[in-house]
Design a protein around this ligand. Structure first.
Ligand code: PLP
Ligand code: ZN
Length: 431
Protein backbone atom coordinates (compact mmCIF):
# COMPACT_ATOMS: atom_id res chain seq x y z
CA UNK A 1 0.00 0.00 0.00
CA UNK A 2 1.41 3.41 -0.98
CA UNK A 3 2.27 5.83 1.81
CA UNK A 4 3.72 9.32 1.93
CA UNK A 5 7.33 9.81 2.98
CA UNK A 6 8.84 13.17 3.88
CA UNK A 7 11.63 14.14 1.51
CA UNK A 8 13.37 16.04 4.32
CA UNK A 9 13.17 13.93 7.50
CA UNK A 10 11.97 10.59 6.14
CA UNK A 11 8.82 10.47 8.30
CA UNK A 12 6.12 8.14 6.97
CA UNK A 13 2.47 9.24 6.88
CA UNK A 14 -0.73 7.86 5.39
CA UNK A 15 -1.40 9.00 1.80
CA UNK A 16 -3.94 11.80 2.36
CA UNK A 17 -4.55 15.37 1.23
CA UNK A 18 -1.87 16.67 3.60
CA UNK A 19 1.25 17.10 1.46
CA UNK A 20 3.59 18.76 3.93
CA UNK A 21 5.32 17.05 6.86
CA UNK A 22 5.43 18.61 10.34
CA UNK A 23 9.10 19.47 9.60
CA UNK A 24 8.02 21.53 6.56
CA UNK A 25 9.39 19.03 3.98
CA UNK A 26 7.20 17.85 1.09
CA UNK A 27 5.89 14.31 1.00
CA UNK A 28 6.57 11.95 -1.88
CA UNK A 29 4.76 8.72 -2.66
CA UNK A 30 6.48 5.65 -1.25
CA UNK A 31 5.31 2.60 -3.21
CA UNK A 32 5.30 -1.02 -2.30
CA UNK A 33 5.85 -2.38 -5.80
CA UNK A 34 5.18 -5.99 -6.60
CA UNK A 35 6.96 -7.87 -9.37
CA UNK A 36 6.94 -5.72 -12.51
CA UNK A 37 8.36 -6.63 -15.90
CA UNK A 38 8.85 -4.43 -18.95
CA UNK A 39 6.79 -6.88 -21.04
CA UNK A 40 3.75 -5.72 -19.09
CA UNK A 41 4.08 -2.24 -20.60
CA UNK A 42 5.01 -3.49 -24.07
CA UNK A 43 1.92 -5.70 -24.00
CA UNK A 44 -0.28 -2.70 -23.18
CA UNK A 45 0.89 -0.85 -26.30
CA UNK A 46 -1.79 -2.91 -28.05
CA UNK A 47 -4.50 -1.31 -25.95
CA UNK A 48 -4.90 1.87 -28.02
CA UNK A 49 -8.41 3.17 -27.46
CA UNK A 50 -8.74 1.94 -23.87
CA UNK A 51 -7.54 3.79 -20.79
CA UNK A 52 -4.36 1.66 -20.90
CA UNK A 53 -3.59 3.32 -24.23
CA UNK A 54 -2.90 6.53 -22.27
CA UNK A 55 0.82 7.29 -22.05
CA UNK A 56 0.31 7.73 -18.32
CA UNK A 57 -2.05 4.92 -17.33
CA UNK A 58 -0.10 2.35 -19.36
CA UNK A 59 2.34 2.59 -16.43
CA UNK A 60 -0.31 2.48 -13.68
CA UNK A 61 1.65 -0.21 -11.80
CA UNK A 62 4.51 2.30 -11.44
CA UNK A 63 2.31 5.33 -10.74
CA UNK A 64 -0.69 4.41 -8.64
CA UNK A 65 -1.18 0.64 -8.49
CA UNK A 66 -3.99 0.85 -5.91
CA UNK A 67 -6.19 3.46 -7.59
CA UNK A 68 -9.60 2.04 -8.49
CA UNK A 69 -9.64 2.21 -12.31
CA UNK A 70 -13.27 3.36 -12.31
CA UNK A 71 -12.10 6.72 -10.95
CA UNK A 72 -9.59 7.39 -13.73
CA UNK A 73 -10.23 10.67 -15.59
CA UNK A 74 -8.23 10.51 -18.82
CA UNK A 75 -8.28 12.35 -22.18
CA UNK A 76 -6.10 10.18 -22.89
CA UNK A 77 -2.74 11.88 -22.42
CA UNK A 78 0.89 11.19 -23.32
CA UNK A 79 1.92 9.17 -26.39
CA UNK A 80 3.99 12.19 -27.42
CA UNK A 81 6.54 11.92 -30.19
CA UNK A 82 10.32 11.85 -30.12
CA UNK A 83 11.70 14.04 -32.91
CA UNK A 84 15.14 14.17 -34.47
CA UNK A 85 15.95 17.14 -36.73
CA UNK A 86 19.34 17.76 -38.30
CA UNK A 87 19.11 21.53 -37.91
CA UNK A 88 18.52 21.16 -34.19
CA UNK A 89 21.35 18.63 -33.77
CA UNK A 90 23.72 20.99 -35.59
CA UNK A 91 22.64 23.88 -33.41
CA UNK A 92 23.40 21.85 -30.29
CA UNK A 93 26.71 20.64 -31.73
CA UNK A 94 25.65 17.01 -31.36
CA UNK A 95 25.50 14.04 -33.70
CA UNK A 96 21.95 13.35 -32.57
CA UNK A 97 19.52 15.08 -30.29
CA UNK A 98 15.98 13.94 -29.68
CA UNK A 99 13.13 16.18 -28.63
CA UNK A 100 10.25 14.64 -26.70
CA UNK A 101 7.33 16.93 -27.43
CA UNK A 102 5.15 17.19 -24.36
CA UNK A 103 3.29 20.01 -26.09
CA UNK A 104 1.43 17.22 -27.88
CA UNK A 105 -0.56 16.40 -24.76
CA UNK A 106 -4.33 17.14 -24.86
CA UNK A 107 -4.13 20.62 -23.32
CA UNK A 108 -0.77 21.37 -24.96
CA UNK A 109 1.69 20.75 -22.14
CA UNK A 110 3.22 18.02 -19.95
CA UNK A 111 0.95 19.12 -17.11
CA UNK A 112 -1.76 16.73 -18.32
CA UNK A 113 0.35 13.77 -17.23
CA UNK A 114 0.34 14.82 -13.59
CA UNK A 115 -3.15 16.25 -13.76
CA UNK A 116 -4.87 13.04 -14.89
CA UNK A 117 -3.44 11.33 -11.80
CA UNK A 118 -4.15 14.25 -9.42
CA UNK A 119 -7.74 14.63 -10.64
CA UNK A 120 -8.41 10.89 -10.50
CA UNK A 121 -7.20 10.80 -6.88
CA UNK A 122 -9.36 13.86 -6.14
CA UNK A 123 -12.40 12.07 -7.59
CA UNK A 124 -11.67 8.92 -5.60
CA UNK A 125 -11.37 10.98 -2.41
CA UNK A 126 -14.76 12.61 -3.04
CA UNK A 127 -13.42 16.16 -3.59
CA UNK A 128 -15.85 18.60 -5.22
CA UNK A 129 -13.58 21.63 -5.63
CA UNK A 130 -10.03 21.64 -7.00
CA UNK A 131 -7.54 24.49 -7.18
CA UNK A 132 -4.05 25.43 -8.30
CA UNK A 133 -1.67 28.36 -8.67
CA UNK A 134 -0.16 28.55 -12.11
CA UNK A 135 2.13 30.30 -14.56
CA UNK A 136 -0.54 29.20 -17.06
CA UNK A 137 -0.19 25.61 -18.17
CA UNK A 138 -1.25 24.00 -14.89
CA UNK A 139 -4.40 26.13 -14.89
CA UNK A 140 -5.18 25.18 -18.51
CA UNK A 141 -4.73 21.51 -17.74
CA UNK A 142 -6.58 21.53 -14.42
CA UNK A 143 -9.49 23.46 -15.92
CA UNK A 144 -9.82 20.88 -18.71
CA UNK A 145 -9.73 17.87 -16.38
CA UNK A 146 -12.01 19.52 -13.79
CA UNK A 147 -14.55 20.15 -16.55
CA UNK A 148 -14.35 16.53 -17.68
CA UNK A 149 -14.73 15.22 -14.13
CA UNK A 150 -17.57 17.62 -13.26
CA UNK A 151 -15.55 19.31 -10.50
CA UNK A 152 -15.49 22.99 -9.65
CA UNK A 153 -12.13 24.50 -10.69
CA UNK A 154 -10.41 27.50 -9.13
CA UNK A 155 -7.14 28.86 -10.51
CA UNK A 156 -4.85 31.57 -9.16
CA UNK A 157 -2.65 33.19 -11.81
CA UNK A 158 -0.27 36.16 -11.57
CA UNK A 159 -2.09 39.11 -13.11
CA UNK A 160 -0.77 40.10 -16.54
CA UNK A 161 2.02 37.51 -16.45
CA UNK A 162 0.52 34.48 -18.15
CA UNK A 163 0.49 33.85 -21.88
CA UNK A 164 -2.86 34.39 -23.58
CA UNK A 165 -3.19 30.88 -24.98
CA UNK A 166 -3.12 29.52 -21.44
CA UNK A 167 -5.46 32.13 -19.96
CA UNK A 168 -7.88 31.47 -22.82
CA UNK A 169 -7.93 27.76 -21.97
CA UNK A 170 -8.59 28.26 -18.25
CA UNK A 171 -11.45 30.64 -19.03
CA UNK A 172 -12.90 28.52 -21.81
CA UNK A 173 -12.85 25.28 -19.80
CA UNK A 174 -14.88 27.05 -17.14
CA UNK A 175 -12.66 27.32 -14.08
CA UNK A 176 -12.98 30.38 -11.87
CA UNK A 177 -9.90 32.48 -12.63
CA UNK A 178 -8.48 34.67 -9.86
CA UNK A 179 -5.86 37.07 -11.18
CA UNK A 180 -3.61 37.68 -8.21
CA UNK A 181 -1.85 41.03 -7.97
CA UNK A 182 1.60 39.52 -7.51
CA UNK A 183 3.78 36.86 -9.10
CA UNK A 184 3.48 33.07 -9.26
CA UNK A 185 5.13 32.63 -5.88
CA UNK A 186 2.48 34.87 -4.28
CA UNK A 187 -0.29 32.84 -5.95
CA UNK A 188 1.36 29.62 -4.73
CA UNK A 189 1.45 30.97 -1.16
CA UNK A 190 -2.31 31.63 -1.32
CA UNK A 191 -2.96 28.07 -2.47
CA UNK A 192 -0.81 26.54 0.26
CA UNK A 193 -2.47 28.60 2.97
CA UNK A 194 -6.01 28.69 1.60
CA UNK A 195 -7.00 25.04 1.08
CA UNK A 196 -8.75 24.61 4.43
CA UNK A 197 -10.37 28.06 4.52
CA UNK A 198 -11.69 27.90 0.95
CA UNK A 199 -12.30 24.14 0.98
CA UNK A 200 -10.47 22.95 -2.13
CA UNK A 201 -8.27 19.99 -3.05
CA UNK A 202 -4.80 21.24 -4.11
CA UNK A 203 -3.62 20.22 -7.58
CA UNK A 204 -0.24 21.93 -7.65
CA UNK A 205 2.86 19.78 -7.80
CA UNK A 206 3.21 19.88 -4.00
CA UNK A 207 0.50 17.22 -4.44
CA UNK A 208 2.76 14.14 -4.76
CA UNK A 209 0.33 12.39 -7.12
CA UNK A 210 1.08 15.04 -9.77
CA UNK A 211 4.75 14.05 -9.59
CA UNK A 212 3.80 10.37 -9.95
CA UNK A 213 2.02 11.16 -13.24
CA UNK A 214 4.94 13.20 -14.56
CA UNK A 215 7.25 10.20 -14.09
CA UNK A 216 5.54 8.78 -17.18
CA UNK A 217 7.50 11.19 -19.42
CA UNK A 218 10.60 9.14 -18.55
CA UNK A 219 8.82 5.78 -18.77
CA UNK A 220 7.40 6.55 -22.19
CA UNK A 221 10.64 8.01 -23.54
CA UNK A 222 12.53 4.88 -22.46
CA UNK A 223 9.90 2.60 -23.95
CA UNK A 224 10.17 4.54 -27.24
CA UNK A 225 13.90 3.83 -27.10
CA UNK A 226 13.27 0.10 -26.48
CA UNK A 227 14.16 0.67 -22.83
CA UNK A 228 17.65 1.87 -23.67
CA UNK A 229 18.72 4.85 -21.57
CA UNK A 230 20.15 7.94 -23.26
CA UNK A 231 23.20 9.63 -21.73
CA UNK A 232 21.30 12.79 -20.84
CA UNK A 233 17.78 14.06 -20.23
CA UNK A 234 17.66 17.86 -20.48
CA UNK A 235 14.66 19.61 -18.97
CA UNK A 236 13.55 23.23 -18.43
CA UNK A 237 13.35 23.93 -14.70
CA UNK A 238 10.91 26.26 -12.96
CA UNK A 239 8.95 24.91 -10.02
CA UNK A 240 11.12 21.77 -10.35
CA UNK A 241 8.30 19.22 -10.55
CA UNK A 242 9.70 17.52 -13.64
CA UNK A 243 13.25 17.44 -12.34
CA UNK A 244 11.89 15.78 -9.20
CA UNK A 245 9.67 13.35 -11.11
CA UNK A 246 12.42 12.28 -13.52
CA UNK A 247 14.86 11.45 -10.71
CA UNK A 248 12.18 9.45 -8.88
CA UNK A 249 11.21 7.57 -12.05
CA UNK A 250 14.81 6.60 -12.74
CA UNK A 251 15.47 5.62 -9.12
CA UNK A 252 12.43 3.34 -9.07
CA UNK A 253 13.20 1.75 -12.45
CA UNK A 254 16.74 1.02 -11.31
CA UNK A 255 15.56 -0.40 -7.96
CA UNK A 256 13.14 -2.67 -9.79
CA UNK A 257 15.95 -3.84 -12.06
CA UNK A 258 14.13 -2.53 -15.14
CA UNK A 259 17.01 -0.36 -16.40
CA UNK A 260 20.77 -0.72 -16.06
CA UNK A 261 22.02 2.75 -16.80
CA UNK A 262 20.71 5.95 -15.20
CA UNK A 263 20.78 8.92 -17.61
CA UNK A 264 22.16 12.18 -16.24
CA UNK A 265 19.56 14.90 -15.70
CA UNK A 266 20.42 18.46 -16.77
CA UNK A 267 17.99 21.01 -15.31
CA UNK A 268 18.03 24.32 -17.17
CA UNK A 269 16.87 27.59 -15.61
CA UNK A 270 16.44 31.07 -17.05
CA UNK A 271 19.16 33.45 -15.84
CA UNK A 272 16.57 35.79 -14.32
CA UNK A 273 14.79 32.98 -12.45
CA UNK A 274 17.70 30.83 -11.34
CA UNK A 275 17.46 30.09 -7.58
CA UNK A 276 18.08 26.37 -8.15
CA UNK A 277 21.11 27.07 -10.34
CA UNK A 278 22.51 29.31 -7.61
CA UNK A 279 21.88 26.69 -4.95
CA UNK A 280 23.60 23.96 -6.98
CA UNK A 281 26.65 26.13 -7.59
CA UNK A 282 26.98 27.25 -3.96
CA UNK A 283 27.69 25.61 -0.61
CA UNK A 284 24.29 26.65 0.73
CA UNK A 285 22.02 23.97 2.15
CA UNK A 286 18.77 25.79 1.46
CA UNK A 287 17.34 27.45 -1.62
CA UNK A 288 17.28 31.23 -1.42
CA UNK A 289 14.07 32.59 -3.01
CA UNK A 290 14.43 35.48 -5.47
CA UNK A 291 12.28 37.86 -7.50
CA UNK A 292 12.04 36.15 -10.90
CA UNK A 293 12.32 37.86 -14.27
CA UNK A 294 12.32 36.12 -17.65
CA UNK A 295 10.48 36.22 -20.96
CA UNK A 296 9.81 32.49 -20.52
CA UNK A 297 6.77 33.03 -18.28
CA UNK A 298 6.27 29.29 -17.59
CA UNK A 299 9.54 29.17 -15.66
CA UNK A 300 9.29 32.62 -14.12
CA UNK A 301 9.42 31.21 -10.60
CA UNK A 302 11.62 32.49 -7.78
CA UNK A 303 10.65 30.10 -4.98
CA UNK A 304 10.28 26.61 -6.50
CA UNK A 305 8.37 24.32 -4.16
CA UNK A 306 10.06 21.07 -5.18
CA UNK A 307 13.70 22.18 -4.85
CA UNK A 308 14.58 19.58 -2.22
CA UNK A 309 13.21 16.70 -4.31
CA UNK A 310 14.93 18.11 -7.40
CA UNK A 311 18.26 18.37 -5.60
CA UNK A 312 18.02 14.66 -4.80
CA UNK A 313 17.33 13.95 -8.49
CA UNK A 314 20.38 15.90 -9.64
CA UNK A 315 22.63 14.27 -7.03
CA UNK A 316 21.40 10.73 -7.69
CA UNK A 317 21.75 10.98 -11.45
CA UNK A 318 25.13 12.72 -11.44
CA UNK A 319 23.24 15.58 -13.04
CA UNK A 320 23.94 19.26 -13.57
CA UNK A 321 22.06 22.55 -13.28
CA UNK A 322 22.72 25.24 -15.89
CA UNK A 323 21.27 28.64 -16.73
CA UNK A 324 20.60 30.37 -20.05
CA UNK A 325 19.74 33.94 -21.02
CA UNK A 326 16.42 35.01 -22.52
CA UNK A 327 18.17 35.64 -25.87
CA UNK A 328 19.60 32.12 -25.82
CA UNK A 329 16.13 30.74 -25.07
CA UNK A 330 14.46 32.68 -27.87
CA UNK A 331 17.14 31.86 -30.46
CA UNK A 332 16.96 28.16 -29.55
CA UNK A 333 13.18 28.37 -29.85
CA UNK A 334 13.51 29.90 -33.32
CA UNK A 335 15.66 26.92 -34.36
CA UNK A 336 13.18 24.39 -32.94
CA UNK A 337 10.29 26.28 -34.57
CA UNK A 338 12.00 26.52 -37.96
CA UNK A 339 12.69 22.78 -37.87
CA UNK A 340 8.92 22.36 -38.11
CA UNK A 341 8.58 21.03 -34.57
CA UNK A 342 7.93 24.24 -32.59
CA UNK A 343 7.48 24.86 -28.87
CA UNK A 344 6.70 27.56 -26.31
CA UNK A 345 9.56 29.71 -24.97
CA UNK A 346 10.28 27.88 -21.68
CA UNK A 347 10.61 24.58 -23.55
CA UNK A 348 13.49 25.89 -25.62
CA UNK A 349 15.60 26.36 -22.48
CA UNK A 350 16.35 22.65 -22.93
CA UNK A 351 18.00 23.14 -26.32
CA UNK A 352 19.73 26.36 -25.25
CA UNK A 353 21.05 24.53 -22.19
CA UNK A 354 22.20 21.53 -24.22
CA UNK A 355 24.14 23.79 -26.56
CA UNK A 356 25.76 25.55 -23.62
CA UNK A 357 26.69 22.27 -21.89
CA UNK A 358 28.13 21.05 -25.20
CA UNK A 359 30.19 24.26 -25.53
CA UNK A 360 31.44 23.75 -21.97
CA UNK A 361 32.50 20.20 -22.86
CA UNK A 362 30.12 18.67 -20.28
CA UNK A 363 28.02 16.99 -22.98
CA UNK A 364 30.11 15.17 -25.63
CA UNK A 365 29.27 15.41 -29.33
CA UNK A 366 28.38 11.73 -29.52
CA UNK A 367 26.31 11.65 -26.33
CA UNK A 368 22.70 10.55 -26.71
CA UNK A 369 20.60 13.48 -25.54
CA UNK A 370 16.84 13.77 -25.08
CA UNK A 371 15.49 17.30 -24.63
CA UNK A 372 12.04 17.69 -23.15
CA UNK A 373 9.86 20.23 -24.96
CA UNK A 374 7.35 21.05 -22.26
CA UNK A 375 4.72 23.09 -24.11
CA UNK A 376 3.12 23.80 -27.47
CA UNK A 377 4.13 26.64 -29.82
CA UNK A 378 0.60 28.09 -29.77
CA UNK A 379 0.57 28.66 -26.02
CA UNK A 380 2.40 31.97 -26.27
CA UNK A 381 1.97 33.49 -29.74
CA UNK A 382 2.82 37.05 -28.61
CA UNK A 383 6.39 36.19 -27.64
CA UNK A 384 6.93 34.44 -30.97
CA UNK A 385 5.44 37.23 -33.04
CA UNK A 386 7.39 39.88 -31.11
CA UNK A 387 10.64 37.99 -31.69
CA UNK A 388 10.10 37.87 -35.44
CA UNK A 389 8.71 41.38 -35.87
CA UNK A 390 10.47 43.46 -33.24
CA UNK A 391 13.22 41.28 -31.79
CA UNK A 392 16.19 43.60 -31.55
CA UNK A 393 18.74 40.89 -30.88
CA UNK A 394 16.78 38.12 -32.60
CA UNK A 395 19.36 36.20 -34.65
CA UNK A 396 16.86 34.14 -36.59
CA UNK A 397 13.94 36.49 -37.05
CA UNK A 398 11.64 35.92 -40.00
CA UNK A 399 10.22 39.40 -40.46
CA UNK A 400 6.96 39.65 -42.39
CA UNK A 401 7.06 42.15 -45.24
CA UNK A 402 4.30 44.64 -46.01
CA UNK A 403 3.77 44.98 -49.78
CA UNK A 404 1.06 46.59 -51.85
CA UNK A 405 -1.44 44.31 -53.46
CA UNK A 406 0.53 44.10 -56.70
CA UNK A 407 2.21 40.94 -58.10
CA UNK A 408 5.16 42.82 -59.64
CA UNK A 409 5.96 44.48 -56.34
CA UNK A 410 5.69 41.14 -54.56
CA UNK A 411 8.02 39.58 -57.15
CA UNK A 412 10.52 42.38 -56.58
CA UNK A 413 10.45 41.75 -52.83
CA UNK A 414 10.85 37.99 -53.30
CA UNK A 415 13.86 38.45 -55.56
CA UNK A 416 15.68 40.03 -52.61
CA UNK A 417 15.73 36.62 -50.89
CA UNK A 418 13.32 34.76 -48.71
CA UNK A 419 13.72 33.75 -45.06
CA UNK A 420 17.13 34.73 -43.66
CA UNK A 421 19.58 31.93 -44.32
CA UNK A 422 18.70 30.06 -41.17
CA UNK A 423 20.42 26.84 -42.26
CA UNK A 424 23.62 28.75 -43.04
CA UNK A 425 23.47 30.59 -39.74
CA UNK A 426 23.15 27.32 -37.89
CA UNK A 427 26.07 25.71 -39.72
CA UNK A 428 28.20 28.73 -38.96
CA UNK A 429 27.45 28.68 -35.24
CA UNK A 430 27.22 24.95 -34.64
CA UNK A 431 30.56 23.40 -33.87
C1 PLP B 1 5.97 24.95 -20.59
C2 PLP B 1 6.57 24.74 -19.24
N1 PLP B 1 7.86 24.43 -19.16
C3 PLP B 1 8.47 24.25 -17.97
C4 PLP B 1 7.77 24.41 -16.80
C5 PLP B 1 8.49 24.21 -15.53
O1 PLP B 1 8.36 22.91 -15.08
P1 PLP B 1 8.68 22.50 -13.60
O2 PLP B 1 7.82 23.35 -12.72
O3 PLP B 1 8.32 21.07 -13.53
O4 PLP B 1 10.12 22.79 -13.36
C6 PLP B 1 6.43 24.74 -16.82
C7 PLP B 1 5.68 24.92 -15.57
O5 PLP B 1 4.71 25.60 -15.52
C8 PLP B 1 5.80 24.89 -18.09
O6 PLP B 1 4.51 25.22 -18.17
ZN1 ZN C 1 9.61 15.77 7.60
Amino acid sequence: MAQFKCIHCGQIAPASDNYVCTCGGLYEVNHDFGDISLELFDEKLRDIGSVWGSGVWRYKELIHPELDSRHIVSRPEGNTNLYKRQRVSEYAGLDDIYMKHEGENPSGSFKDRGMTVGISVAVQSGAKKVACASTGNTSASMAAYAAQAGLEGLVFVPEGMIAYGKLAQALAYGSKVIQVKGNFDDAMGLIRNGAKQLGFYILNSINPWRIEGQKSIVFEMLQQRRWESPDWIVVPAGNLGNTSAFGKALRELKQLGLIEKIPRIAAIQAEGANPFYKLWHSNEKKLEPMKPDTIASAIKIGNPVSWEKALKSIRETDGVVEQVSDNEILDAKAIIDASGVGCEPASAASLAGTRKLRDMGIIASDDQVVCILTGNLLKDPSTTVNYHIEGVSARYSNKPVVVESDLDKIEAVLSQGNIPALGQAVKHIGN
